[in-house]
Design a protein around this ligand. Structure first.
Ligand code: GAL
Length: 699
């Protein structure tokens, strides 16, 4: 598990670290600017309330201009300058982008694609995670950085590399092949076991020597699925192993300084199994960028929630997000007024104790010159910089929440990297399945109903949850099936969907009919998968519409209740949603993709059976997201207006820590109930996209 890092410890440069506060800052790339700008930077940082910055992320070429040539003078000056202005440093190990002298001398560190093409320098992260040569040079740099800055008063944390795996998660080089074989030997111990796991009796793939095994390079047709799944597992492991190698040096040389590495729980970034990585760092940090679209802020909330789950409910950090537009989407739209603050506070609502941006000052040159920053091209006289400064003040008001943990909800969504990887592989019933989208749809439906839910991973204790939703839980090893059965028998209400329970950890089908490992628990049997063609849909009674998939479900246990039947298509009249009573709990199967609207219609019945109710006033459900953090005898209620309309919150009481409440009034008169734990009933109104935080005594 992660070591506990609290804010006072992370911000040693401030007040001797005595006052808890939220961290606020950005990636800082001063090497792109002349020295006089550095002084302007620290002045503006102070104005904006910045108290931490990430430094040195892409500084390898500057710190080590050539083999055996080192230049720390400029970085020493910056560390001192920042410290003198009360700004702490999350110092990068600077290993993210190897300099040209290194790749020229050692082109064998460059990654290779599945097609055999070299990934050349010219951008960044052009290194093989398994290259011993890269590791030697990179770890030498890590040691040099650690020795140089051990004990520096500005040093608050170490930032390992940067977004490990963003561009180099899959490398098919000979180094990767060698490391893959070692990993496989460790996993299977014998070739017989590997041959069994990979099902190599199929297509004459049997291996008689470990040296015959390769990464799944470009092949004539569908490569072996277990080889593919194991290569995904291995690739995530290889980068985690690299992370640990840097971390071990840092812990040896600077044992007091906490270590992090920025994860990328967002959108379709799926190569790194962060649930597996989290225990290796002292605090979890994440980068998140909004992809504009109909569920964009639900996705932000989902990602933040998942990161909180990965962090075990303890505080974590947003290491990067954007003040406004990015530069790497097909169309890069600016954020609307209010989005900068709401996006940031939604992360805090889900447990972030630090809010940082990419980057401090918008670049004038290079590939990211059109990416927004805290100080935009327009300068300090700009709406973005004003919003940045306002957010700094808001985060200061929210200092009391620093260190508080997430209060578990009654509902959880189970998110499983193995199922994500396996369910989307090729040669499946459909290539249209989107694992994360199905999970997000359930989450959106819960938000629409005003139900608080935690996103958790399979290593989480299931006991606190009355309703557990496991969408497309495709990989179900026997022990997970047993856990889920015990969960339901013990009174939990399990919900799962199409393409769940189908395979074991080797990606071998559980025989006898689907949903395989969960068939008996659900009391149903599916003989053939029911993928639907693009544009096809089935109706269900209750007014729902199913797309993507429509299993024909046979009920095998007479106790099973049919919650919805197909009203059209091949299976008209057959069960589409079933529920089996199990002990004092139940197990529900949803045989089609209902999407957020359909799930919003279905969920009330599932919630009612689990005795779960919204904690929000009826009028605010769907409009407002509620999260709860808890510490030191207090509960902190975060109320986030998801919409562009004002949201009324009648009946909520508490001490308002922050919130531009749009003319909020308490029941007692015109005063906000600040400071009164027994405040009268308040009648708060959140402005469009507004956020308020209430504090109340914990029961
Ligand atoms: C991240 C990266 C940053 C910057 C940012 C732009 O992937 O860590 O260095 O490139 O994206 O959105």
């Amino acid at each position: 598990m992660t070591r506990r890092t609290t804010l006072p410890r992370l911000l040693p440069a401030l007040d001797g670290g005595s006052r808890a506060r939220l961290a606020y800052g950005a990636d800082y790339n001063p090497e792109q600017w002349p020295r006089e700008v550095w002084h302007e930077d620290v002045r503006l940082m102070r104005r904006a309330g910045v108290n931490i910055i990430s430094l040195g992320i892409f500084s390898w070429a500057r710190v080590q201009p050539d083999d055996d040539v080192w230049d720390f003078a400029w970085l020493d000056e910056l560390m001192d300058l920042l410290h003198a202005h009360g700004i702490a440093v999350d110092l990068a190990t600077a290993t993210a982008s190897p300099p040209p002298w290194l790749t020229t001398a050692h082109p064998e560190i460059l990654p290779v694609t599945a097609e055999g093409a070299t990934v050349w320098p010219g951008a960044r992260q052009h290194w093989r995670p398994t290259s011993p040569v890269f590791r030697e040079y990179a770890l030498r740099l890590v040691s040099a950085m650690a020795k140089q800055y051990a004990g520096h008063p500005a040093l608050a944390a170490w930032h390992i590399n940067n977004e490990l795996g963003c561009h180099n998660i899959y490398d098919y080089s000979d180094d990767a092949a060698r490391a893959f074989r070692l990993w496989l030997r460790d996993r299977y111990e014998s070739l017989d076991r590997l041959n069994h796991a990979w099902g190599t009796a199929f297509w004459s793939q049997r291996y008689s020597d470990w040296e015959q095994i390769l990464p799944p390079r470009l092949a004539a047709s569908h490569p072996n699925p277990t080889q593919q799944l194991d290569f995904k597992r291995f690739s995530s492991h290889a980068l985690k192993d690299y992370l640990c190698a840097e971390r071990d040096i840092l812990r040896r040389l600077t044992p007091e300084t906490p270590v992090t590495s920025n994860f990328m729980v967002m959108g379709g970034t799926k190569g790194m199994n962060y649930a597996d990585w989290a225990r290796e760092v002292d605090f979890v940090s994440n980068d998140h960028y909004v992809h504009p679209g109909p569920q964009d802020r639900d996705e932000l909330s989902f990602s933040a929630n998942l990161i909180s789950g990965i962090a075990g409910g303890r505080p974590w950090y947003v290491m990067e997000h954007s003040t406004s537009a990015v530069n790497w989407q097909p169309v890069n739209v600016a954020k609307r007024p209010g989005d900068l603050a709401r996006d940031s506070l939604l992360h805090v609502a889900h447990g972030a104790d630090g809010i940082c941006f990419f980057q401090w000052r918008q670049s004038a040159a290079g590939a990211e010159k059109y990416h927004s920053a805290m100080v935009p091209h327009a300068g300090e006289d700009s709406a973005v910089f004003r919003a940045v400064t306002e957010l700094g003040a808001t985060l200061d008001e929210l200092a009391p929440v620093a260190g508080s943990e997430r209060e578990p909800a009654a509902v959880a969504i189970l998110f499983d990297w193995e199922s994500w990887w396996a369910s989307e592989q090729d040669s499946h019933p459909t290539s249209r399945l989107d694992y994360r989208q199905e999970a997000l749809d359930w989450y959106s439906a819960l938000l629409a109903l005003g139900i608080r839910a935690d996103v958790i991973t399979t290593d989480t204790d299931l006991a606190p949850y009355r309703l557990l939703i496991a969408p497309v839980l495709h990989v179900v090893p026997g022990d997970l099936a047993d856990r889920l059965t015990r969960y339901a028998e013990g009174g939990g209400h399990l919900v799962t969907t199409y393409f769940s329970g189908v395979v074991d950890e080797n990606d071998h089908v559980w025989l006898g009919g689907y949903p395989g490992a969960l068939r008996d628990l659900l009391g149903i049997r599916v003989e053939e998968f029911g993928p639907l063609l693009d544009g096809d849909a089935v109706s269900l009674d209750g007014g729902f519409t199913g797309t993507l998939w429509a299993d024909r479900v046979d009920v095998t246990d007479p106790a099973v209740e049919i919650l919805a039947r197909y009203g059209s298509g091949e299976h008209t009249g057959c069960a589409a949603v079933t529920r089996r009573p199990v002990g004092s709990g139940s197990a529900t199967y949803v045989a089609t993709r209902l999407g957020p609207d359909g799930l919003t219609g279905l969920l009330p019945r599932l919630l009612e059976a689990a005795d779960v109710h919204s904690e929000l006033p009826a009028t605010a459900r769907g409009q407002v997201e509620l999260t709860v953090r808890r510490a030191g005898g207090h509960r902190y209620l975060f109320l986030v207006n998801r919409t562009d309309e004002p949201a009324a919150l009648p009946g909520l009481a508490g001490d308002v820590l922050t919130g531009d409440l749009g003319g909020a009034r308490t029941g007692a008169g015109d005063e906000l109930p600040g400071g009164h734990e027994d405040a009268p009933q308040s009648h708060l109104t959140l402005p469009p996209r507004g956020v308020a935080v209430l504090r109340e005594p914990a029961p």
